[in-house]
Ligand binder design. Structure first.
Ligand code: GLP
Length: 259
């Protein structure tokens, strides 16, 4: 795992975009794992800029999103389908056939069907040749995707119950109304994420400092799902100075070339 510290959110996002673009230029049919939340927004804006101004071509790229809330239709402004369409997909030239986001429109009472659906989602990743680069944010409690603390470090795509702390963190997207936040989500598992060839985790702001300290310098444990990235040979953690403020060791200022 490599830790890179940048001055602020803007620099984190530009550095992340540089890494993604480098991969797409080198391998035009890359398979990207995508994340939602506030953190990757400026990365997506930079990729859109690179597409429009520099001709960065996504036409052969395949994407798989990490997660989706259960029971929010794709038209719901807080669904991750909606988020991805508005903040990235509609602005670049991805082939819609190559876009994958877990469906949240499943019946939570039909667990067998959900399990079959999750297996199908994993099969699609396998058929695409596996994920080349997985982008991740991190929850204040150390979650990645919706793999909440206590998730098995070997877990695969499945249904998860959201913790109260995640619901509180995400309440800002639901007008602060906790009752509007779905209770469940479908998420790639930690084992699934760990199979990506490269992983790029981004974090910004003081509210992530504790999670970043635990992820980077704490023990590898299910209590901090992101800490498993210490075991990944090609994981890059790009954080701003605020998110890095509780780290005690000195880290890099430069991301090495990926390829
Ligand atoms: C959600 C998403 C995660 C994301 C996290 C942090 O829980 N499922 O993928 O990393 O929020 O979001 P933010 O970047 O808004 O802090």
């Amino acid at each position: 795992m490599l830790v890179v510290i940048k001055k602020d959110y803007d620099e984190v996002s530009k550095e992340a975009a540089r890494v993604v673009a480098e991969l797409v230029y080198e391998k035009p049919n890359s398979v990207l794992g995508l994340a939602t939340g506030g953190t990757p927004l400026a990365l997506y804006q930079e990729l859109i800029r690179m597409h429009k101004e520099d001709g960065l071509d996504f036409s052969k790229v395949t994407t798989f999103n990490l997660d989706e809330y259960i029971n929010l239709p794709p038209s719901h402004p807080q669904s991750y389908h909606y988020f991805m369409r508005e903040n990235l997909f509609k602005h670049i030239n991805l082939n819609p056939r190559f876009i994958h986001i877990p469906s949240g429109m499943v019946d939570v009472n039909d667990i067998n069907r959900i399990n079959r659906y999750c297996e199908w989602y994993e099969e699609q990743m396998e058929k695409a040749g596996g994920i080349d680069l997985q982008i991740l944010g991190i929850g204040a409690n150390g979650h990645i995707g919706f793999n909440e603390p206590g998730s098995s470090l070997g877990s695969r795509t499945r249904i998860k119950t959201l913790t109260d702390s995640t619901k509180e963190d995400n309440a800002r997207f639901f007008h602060g109304d906790l009752s509007q936040i779905p209770q469940y989500a479908i998420t790639m598992g930690i084992g699934t994420i760990m199979e990506a060839h490269w992983i790029l985790l981004l974090a910004s702001g003081k509210n992530k400092a504790n999670a970043i300290k635990d992820t980077v310098e704490g023990p590898v444990c299910a209590r901090v799902p992101a800490s498993i990235l210490q075991m990944h040979r090609k994981a890059i953690i790009i954080v701003d100075e605020d998110a890095a403020s509780m780290l005690s060791i000195e880290y890099e200022a430069l991301t090495p070339d990926l390829l």
